[in-house]
Write a new protein. Structure first.
Length: 82
């Protein structure tokens, strides 16, 4: 499931404004589209960008890291688990 989630995140995140509310809305919508719960969508992304399961709040973390670094880390995680 992590591959599916990270692949979808890599598809949608380039087109999202990196602020809390737009990130929240886009990732929750993606979770619904994939038929998974929000937590199941968020956890693989959290691990990809932070390297751990327990980390600061996801949307704030993404906002601070920025689009370029977030997409880089998601891409690296996909390479490792694919």
């Amino acid at each position: 499931m992590a591959v599916k989630v990270l692949t979808r995140a890599a598809e949608i995140l380039p087109n999202v404004e990196f602020k809390h509310d737009p990130l929240d809305q886009a990732l929750r919508t993606a979770a619904q589209d994939l038929g998974v719960k929000a937590g199941q969508m968020f956890q693989p992304i959290r691990v990809a960008v932070c390297g751990r399961k327990n980390a600061p709040p996801l949307f704030e973390t993404l906002e601070v890291l920025g689009k370029e670094k977030t997409l880089q880390r998601v891409g690296q995680a996909l390479l490792k688990i694919s």
